[in-house]
Design a protein. Sequence first.
Length: 715
Amino acid sequence: MAVLRQLPAAPPLFTGRSPELTDLERARDMSTVVIATIDGMAGVGKTALALQAAHRLSSEYSDGQIFLDLHGYTRGVDPVQPAEALDRLLRALGVPGERIPAHTEDRAALYRSRLADRKMLVVLDNAVSEAQVRPLLPGSPGSLAIVTSRRRLIGLDHTLTVSLDVLPQPDAVALFARSAAVDADAAGVDDVVELCGRLPLALRIAAARLRSRPTWAAGHLLERLRDRQERLGELELGERGITAALDVSYLHLDPELQRAYRLCGPLPESSFDVYVAAALIDATVGRAARLLDELLDVNMLQEPVPGRFAFHDLVRSHASAAAKRERPDRVAAFGRMFGYYSHTASVAMDALFPYERERRPSTLPAATPTPDFPGPADAAAWLDLELPNLLTAARYAAEFCPRSHTVHLSTTLDRYLRTRDRYAEAEVLHQLALTVARRNGDAAGEADVLTSLGHVDRRQGRTALAADRYHGALALARSIGSLRAEVDALLGLGFLVTLQGSHQVAIEHVGRALEISRRIAHRSGEADALYRLGWLYLAQRGPAPGESDPGTRYERAAGYFEQAHALAREIGNSLGELHSLLGQAWIHRVLGRHGRAESTYEDGLRLAERLRNDNGVFEALDGMGRLDSAAGRVERAIARHVWALELATNLGQPIDRARSHDGLARAHHALGRREEARRHWQTALDILSGLGADITVDEEFSTAGIRTRLDECDA
C-alpha cells in the first residue's frame, strides 16, 4: 500500500501561534497514543494551526498522514457520521469496499487494527462532538491524532488541549499586513486590526477587501469598519464570511441555548457575571451558570477571569442582530436587567455609603437573584467591576424603558462616582438622566441630576455652567418643596461662589443648608455643611464680618471642622471625616503648627488612599508640599507637587492644576530658580484666566496673588 500523504497544503501566510505550535510538537510520544485537540471560536484559525503543526511533524510519522474533514460546522452539509467516516478511512488505508463491515463498531475495530504498529498522523478537522470523533481515534502507540472543533471536547481522553484565543496584537498586525500587502506601520492598520477583533478569519477577509480595492488605503477600510452595525457586512466573503461562520455555530445550539446567546450577547458590553445572565435569561443562578458553561464549551463565549464572562466583539454583533429579530423577548430581558442593576446598585451603595441613604432614591425590587455584599469592600469591588455595564444599562434604559431607571442610577451612583473621581462617566450618566427626567416631567429627579452635573462642571472648571445647574436645581427643589434637594443645591452653590471670592454669599448659602439639615435631621447634609463652612472661613481674607481679629476666622473654621469630624465619625461618613482632617491640617499649617499639620495630613493621605479618593490625595500632597517648602525640604516639595499636578491633570481639574503650578513655583523660587518659578506661575495664571473668573481658593492662592508674584519676578 502506498504511503498516505493526505494533508492539504500548509497555509502560506500562517502567522504567530508559536507557543501553541511548540506545545503540539512536544506532545508527540512514540510510546503511546497522543490525542491533541484544538478548540476555539469560528474563524480563530484552528485548521490552520492543525495543518501547520501536522506538516512540521509529518517526517516523524513515516507511515502516512490522514486528513478528514468531519463537516461539523459546514453550512449546508450534514456532519459526517462515524460509520461514513470509518468507511472513508478504511478505503484510504487500502481496505476493499466489500471487506468493510456493516456495523460501526466492527469498522472501528478494523480501523484500529490497520493502524496498529504504524506511525500514523491523523488530522480530524471540524468535529462536532466527542461521539463523532471517538471511533476514529488510533488505539496503538506511535500514532498522533489532531482534532479541531468549535466545541471543547472535554469528554475525550486526550493528551493535550489547545484552546485558541484571538491573535496577539503584533501577530494580528503581521497577518493583516502580509495578507493585504501593506506596510504594518501604515496609518490605520492597528485600528483595522482591533476592529476585526484580531480574529484571523476577519483579518484575512478585511485584507482581501483592501487588496481588491487598489485605490484604497487602510484608512478607507477603517472608516467602513467603524460602524458596528455594518461591520459584519464588511467582513463577508461568500460562505467564508464571519456571519456565515457564526450562523452555523448558532444553528447548532439547542433552542434554550440560542435564546441565552441572543439575550446575553447585546448586553452588557463589558464582562459580566452569572447574576446579570440570570436577569437577562430569566433563570435561576444555577441554570444561568449551566447555560454559560455550554456557551463556553462551544467557544461562543469567553471567560477572561474566573466568574466573569465576555463576548468577542464580532460575536456580540452577531448576537445583537439575532436578538433584534426577537424584539419582545429582548425588551423584556432588558427590563429585568435594568431592575437588577437598579436594585443591586442601591444595595451596594447602602453598604458603601450607609450614612447617605437619605440622599438616594429608595431601592427598587429585583425580579431575579441578586448578590450579597458582606461588607463595603465587596460592594466597592462590585461597583468597580460593573460600572461599564451600569452605564450601558442606563443608556439602553433611556432608549427602551419608560420607567426612570436611568434617573435612579444617576442619583444612586452620584456619590460613588465623585468619590472615585470618575467625572467623565458621571457626566455621561447624568446627561442621560437629565434627558429622561425632563422627558418624564420628573422635577425631583431633574433637581437631583442638575446638582450632580453642577458638581461635575465645577470640578472641570466650568464655573458658569455649574452655577446655572445649581440655580436650576435650587429653583426646582423649592418649587416642589424638597428640602433635602434644596440642601444639596445650596451646598453646591456655596462651594462654587467661594472660588470666585464671594465668601460671604457662600457662607449664607451653606449656613442655610446647615439650618435646613438640622431641622429635617439630614445628618450627612449637616456634616457636609459643617466642613464646608470650615473651608469657607479659611478661604475668607482678613477678619470675618463684625470681627477685628483675622485669627477669629481660624478659630471658627477649626470649630466647624471639629464638629464635622465628630459627626462624620459618628455616622460613619468617611468622606466627611477626610475633608475635616484636611481642613484641620490646613489650619495647623497656616498657624505655623507644622508638626501637627504634617501628622494630620499624613492621616488624611492614608484615609484618602484607603477610600481611593484622588481629590483627597491631591489636597494632602498639596498641603504637605507647602509644608516641605516652608521647612526647606524643597526637592521633596517639588516631588509632591509634581505628583499632585499629575493627579489634577488626570482628573481634568484645571483649578487644582493651577494650584500645583503655584506650589511648584514657590518651591523653585525658594531655590533661586526665578525663571522656572516664573514659568509655573505664568502657567497657573493662564489656566485661571482661561476659566474667565477671578479664582480665589484661599488666601495663599488667587488670581490676584499670582499676578503680584509675577510682577515681583519681573521686577
